[in-house]
Design a protein around this ligand. Structure first.
Ligand code: CS2
Ligand code: MG
Length: 404
């Protein structure tokens, strides 16, 4: 038994906003958990500070499963992004503590390494096809074996995922109100096959190619796009249509064999159940930060394994380095691993988050430090105050709101 004696929420913005939970035991062992929910950061921070942290004081840090059930069932109001991100931060911090006390990296507690490394994909993008192709070349030169390709859609002023000038990776601009972008599906549906075709024409088929539709199509449009992309042999077409209506994916399945990946906005096993058990997707993208932590993510992945669905966890820059480290420990140990997203963390995040994961030839390894292998510099964190930032909103040409 080792009691939790302190639970602190740290909000910092080294390059972008992050919320981190710090748990400390009576023996001075510290565990870190990521609680960042992009554009709604303060809601999770308040949920932790006002509701969960007081409940954690005095609890046995070793009892991870009991604490998970206590916070999930005890909330009465279950599921949802805020609740499950808060519970995730507690869960991951407790696994960090257990690893540090055991003197083992977390993946060893999860059954050990099921592979030598964690295959990741990088984000190639461009304002046009030539600059996107140059970015793909850059990733292949760095040793990546998998690349996601996105480019500005001709005729649209703004497109998801394309960094503004001077940005290393795409990040929504700091603003008091969400930026409003104009979306039009027709030019995108014509352009996407050209975009991915250009990558295959220039670089061939010797690496994995991924594309994020980012929830913008109707089920039949998604079915048509999937069919038009088949010749380009994608690793996956991601979030082709909003996933609230899981039965909509049956229509996509009827028309195309392009693999489908969904799940970054999911928060619990219940959000994925139909898609997995009906084999309507090929990759489940639930993240350790937004779906209840290591404890619950492993359940989702175990269900997926039964149905031949592989993992493809979300790993955008708005999930902190603590989240990435936790994801890598899970990825290294689960049998049905598919791929891990790696977008990187813009400087000066590395001044606050000190990590021990390493990259080599297209794969990551979480490292063998006890626990997660990440430490947070609280003094450095204090130097980067929070700044409100909203994700953009999409409107169609007729002014109506569309999925972003
Ligand atoms: C995207 C994300 O990386 C992805 O797959 O869907 O960048 C997503 O837009 C952000 O995480 C939202 O906060
Ligand atoms: Mg995505």
């Amino acid at each position: 038994m080792t009691r939790i004696v302190d639970a602190t929420v740290i909000i910092t913005a080294p390059g972008r906003n992050y919320v981190t939970l710090k748990l400390t035991t009576e023996d001075g062992v510290v565990g870190w958990g990521d609680a960042t929910l992009n554009g709604r950061e303060l809601a999770v921070a308040a949920y932790l500070r006002d509701h969960l942290c007081p409940l954690l004081i005095g609890r046995d840090a070793h009892r991870i499963e009991d604490t998970w059930q206590y916070l999930y069932k005890g909330a009465y109001w279950r599921r949802g992004p805020v609740t499950m991100t808060a519970i995730a931060a507690v869960d991951v911090a407790l696994w960090d503590i257990k690893g540090k006390i055991a003197g083992l990296p977390v993946y060893q507690l999860l059954g050990g390494a099921a592979r030598d490394g964690v295959l990741v994909y990088g984000h190639a993008s461009g304002h046009d096809v030539p600059s996107m192709l140059d970015d793909v070349a850059r990733y292949l030169d760095l040793g990546y074996q998998a690349v996601r390709a996105q480019a500005s859609v001709p005729g649209l002023e703004k497109t998801y995922g394309i960094p503004s000038d001077g940005q290393a990776v795409y990040e929504p601009a700091a603003s008091a109100r969400p930026q409003e972008d104009v979306w039009d599906t027709a030019p995108y549906l014509r352009f996407a096959p050209e975009l991915l075709g250009a990558v295959r024409e220039r670089f061939g088929f010797g690496f994995h190619l991924l594309h994020d539709v980012h929830h913008r199509l109707s089920p039949i449009e998604a079915a048509r796009l999937g069919r038009d992309l088949e010749q380009h042999r994608l690793f996956w077409m991601e979030d082709p249509t909003p996933a609230e209506d899981q039965s909509a994916f049956r229509l996509i399945r009827e028309h195309t064999t392009t693999p489908v990946a969904v799940g970054e906005v999911f928060n619990s096993i219940w959000d994925c159940q139909q898609l997995i058990t009906e084999r309507l997707i090929d990759y489940i993208r639930t993240s350790v930060s937004h779906s209840g932590g290591i404890t619950h993510l492993r359940r989702i992945f175990a269900l997926a394994e039964l149905y031949g669905v592989r993992t493809g966890s979300h790993g955008a820059g708005d999930l902190s380095p603590v989240s990435l480290a936790a994801a890598l420990h899970v990825d290294l140990s689960v049998p049905n691993f598919g791929i891990q997203e790696y977008m990187g963390h813009a400087s000066p995040a590395d001044e606050v988050f000190h990590t021990s994961y390493t990259f080599s030839q297209g794969s990551f390894h979480p490292g063998d430090a006890p626990g997660l292998g990440v430490e947070v510099d609280e003094r450095a964190a204090a130097a980067f105050p929070y700044e409100p930032r909203y994700l953009p909103t999409n409107r169609r040409r007729d002014g109506s709101v569309h999925d972003w």
